[in-house]
Design a protein around this ligand. Structure first.
Ligand code: TXA
Ligand code: MG
Length: 354
């Protein structure tokens, strides 16, 4: 059993180089360091050190068939990791990098099999967060970093969430405060024609569509049901995701209808003797009487909803809520990522309000 992680409090706007160097030394020696990105916290290891990457999977209890995203700081690192960067990919990178977009390419031979889980492709992202960029630069290697949570749980949007899941399992946490976007990056597969979104995230479908004439959403991204395994292409699609230690039910439809349905379900589950929490919005939270409710933010500000989502799921869990009834929101813009995470967190326990 590892000891408590070293906690390095850092200024997210102007990271202190001394602290970055301490973290980078751990990475260089094959250790595990959690660090903030603009989306969620990542758990980093040297992507070219297969032993380090293996310990990354172990620390998270992550299935070995689900490869992490490789974080880079410059284009030279991309060239080394992938077979070919197409013209189309260059266009997308110049528009959205650094940022919350991950691109899947055919991989080069320098990448260990452990890092790509034996796949012929690799997922690469240049994050925007100053701490992440400084850490990659000082480590002098691409950094493999899945989200810094135990496998299957909501991603960590603060150092406290990382600690709650990974205390005793990792070497250090660089604490740069709360992450800005709150849901993970968009995963866009550039190794197929036309390019396909495998996971919606911080860069919306609509804005990618402006840069790519031909762009598809993988059916899994929009599904309201579990799809059979042969239909899933990204390894992450096979596994349980984002779920707190509570039953989650998502209610979808028009807002008024949602409120009626949530009220009905609330009564039902309370009658069953459950401790119930409602994941509501600013516009609706007052309508549930004295019910135990938390607001994700305003329906007219989906960015705030994305930012609060994982934290509120974890807060309900800490407070011992057994059933979380969550209001659905619009699936436009970042709303697609929000609904994708909520549906998965519920294990597709979705109720249509009509
Ligand atoms: O915002 C993010 O993307 C965060 C921060 C830390 O960068 N990272 C993150 O990593 O969410 P992770 O490992 O939790 O999710 C990576 C996703 C998984 O769904 C995985 O299956 C997919 O990317 N992925 C990785 N390599 C892939 C590949 N070669 N082909 C298709 N999907 C891949
Ligand atoms: Mg993850």
């Amino acid at each position: 059993m590892m000891k408590k992680p070293l906690i390095l409090k850092i200024n997210p706007q102007e990271p202190e180089i001394k602290k970055i160097q301490i973290a980078a030394d751990i990475i260089k020696k094959g250790g595990l360091v959690a660090f903030p990105t603009e989306t969620v916290y990542g758990l980093g290891a040297d992507a070219l050190n297969s032993r380090a990457v293996l310990s990354l999977f172990e620390a998270k209890n992550r299935p070995l068939d689900n490869p992490p995203i490789i974080h880079v700081e410059n284009m030279k690192q991309v060239q080394e990791l992938v077979k070919k960067v197409t013209y189309e990919a260059k266009m997308v990178m110049s528009e959205f990098w650094p940022g919350p977009l991950t691109l899947v390419f055919k991989r080069s031979d320098i990448v260990p099999n452990t890092t790509t889980a034996g796949l012929s492709t690799i997922a690469v992202r240049m994050p925007q967060h100053k701490v992440a960029l400084a850490l990659i630069s000082e480590s002098n290697c691409p950094i493999a970093a899945p989200s810094a949570n135990l496998a299957g749980r909501p991603s960590a949007t603060s150092a406290e969430h990382v600690f709650a899941d990974l205390n005793g399992r990792i070497d250090a946490i660089v604490d740069g405060g709360t992450t800005q976007i709150g849901v993970e990056s968009t995963v866009l597969d550039m190794s197929v024609t036309p390019p396909q979104i495998l996971r919606p995230g911080g860069v919306s479908f609509e804005s990618l569509k402006n840069s790519l004439d031909d762009l598809e959403l993988h059916p899994f991204v929009v599904t309201r049901k579990k799809l059979p395994i042969d239909k899933v292409r990204s390894p992450g699609m096979r596994h349980k995701h984002y779920a707190p230690n509570a039953e989650v039910i998502v209610v979808e439809g028009e807002v008024q209808m949602i409120v009626c349905k949530v009220t009905e379900l609330l009564r039902h589950y309370r009658f069953m003797g459950k401790k119930v929490g409602v994941l509501a919005t600013d516009e609706t939270i007052g309508l549930y009487g004295t019910a135990y409710a938390k607001s994700l933010g305003s329906r007219s500000n989906l960015d705030s909803i994305a930012k609060n989502l994982f934290r509120l799921l974890r807060d309900f869990e800490i407070e011992g809520v057994e059933t979380i009834i969550a209001e659905g929101v619009s699936a436009k813009g970042i709303g697609l990522a929000i609904m994708n995470r909520l549906r998965k967190a519920s294990g597709y326990n979705i109720v249509k309000a009509e």
